[in-house]
Ligand binder design. Structure first.
Ligand code: IPM
Ligand code: MN
Length: 325
């Protein structure tokens, strides 16, 4: 079976790391029907378009989306992030952002980040803008449905892992309303999963533990913003942000899921050969696994693990991994 994959190479180092990911996928022998989408800063600066409705409709029909990176210093912050990446997450209902981190012996954890709500929902606004009395509000949206489906996904992850442990990370001591909803939801779903042990950790303390005792964590479930910040830190303590992969999942499979590195477009690295393609390669492996190509995905993960510590340029690292799958 051939898989139809929409590729958004995007901005900055996106095209460089996506090229290596495709090289590695090709080396597995899995055949993809790739459609390239010109989206990101270049298109926006040329045409003013961020994500035309017709393109979104087309992307909604592919089997999976592979994305390199979005964002450019030439475009005001928020335009591409909100208009392209977050719009895809919301419109395709990619409600789980799954981010695994492995760095033996201490780190072997997966963060299940809620991906469609929280402060990312964009609730709020400004009043009296530009005056000394300016007001800005930015709310956090937490629905029972949105929290519960994410928490249920996290319990299924925990169930499938040897340690069967799940930690809720939040800030229930300050964010009392949202925190209460998250904690009650975890407690209620936990009752259906007696085989999974649960714990709770405030997000600030979780940052310390991630640095000093990451072996505490198996599955972490958390909201959108905490998950964003925590996964940069988790990347930094497990081989660097250049190797951190992610899957934006529609677990119901009512449409495509989207796979992308945790890192951004790193404009300063463009053309230097210093961009690490491993995060993109591992994101492509997550894509193959979700598409049912479990064997090819495992071979990529093994080739990446065997290549750990190897230095080289972007294309040299890609060649080495491709040679080993
Ligand atoms: C990420 C990124 C995005 C986010 C940005 C680019 C909007 O940092 O995927 O972690 O904040 O979710
Ligand atoms: Mn981030």
């Amino acid at each position: 079976m051939r898989h139809r994959v929409g590729v958004i190479a995007g901005d900055g180092i996106g095209p460089e790391v996506v090229a290596e990911a495709r090289k590695v996928v090709d080396a597995t022998g899995v055949a993809l029907d790739v459609v390239d989408y010109d989206l990101g800063a270049r298109r926006y600066l040329r045409t003013g378009e961020v994500l035309p409705d017709a393109v979104l409709a087309e992307l909604a029909g592919v089997d999976a989306i592979l994305l390199g990176a979005i964002g450019s210093p030439e475009v005001a912050p928020g335009i591409l992030e909100r208009g392209l990446l977050l719009r895809l997450r919301f419109e395709l209902d990619l409600y789980v952002n799954l981010r695994p981190f492995v760095a033996p012996p201490a780190v072997d954890l997966v963060v299940v980040r809620e991906n469609t709500e929280g402060v990312y929902a964009g609730e709020g606004g400004t009043l009296r803008k530009g005056t000394p009395h300016e007001v800005a509000t930015q709310g956090s949206v937490n629905t029972r449905m949105g929290v519960e489906r994410c928490v249920r996904f996290a319990f299924r992850q925990a169930e499938a892992r040897p340690r069967r442990h799940l930690t809720l990370v939040h800030k229930t001591n300050v964010l009392a309303y949202a925190g209460d909803l998250w904690q009650r939801t975890v407690d209620e779903v936990a009752a259906e999963h007696p085989e999974v042990a649960t714990g709770y950790c405030h997000v600030d303390a979780a940052c310390i533990h991630l640095v000093e005792a990451p072996q505490r964590f198996d599955v972490v479930v958390t909201d959108n913003l905490f998950g964003d910040i925590l996964t940069d830190l988790a990347g930094a303590v497990s081989g660097g942000i250049g190797v951190a992969a992610s899957a934006n999942l529609n677990p119901a499979r009512s449409g495509p899921s989207l796979f992308e590195p945790v890192h951004g477009s790193a404009p300063d690295l463009v053309g230097t050969g210093r961009a690490n393609p491993v995060a993109a390669v591992r994101s492509a492996a997550m894509m193959l696994e979700f598409l049912g190509e479990v064997d090819a995905a495992a071979r990529i993960e093994k080739a990446v693990a065997d290549t750990a510590g190897t230095t080289g340029s972007t294309t040299e690292i890609g060649d080495t991994i491709a040679g080993r799958v």
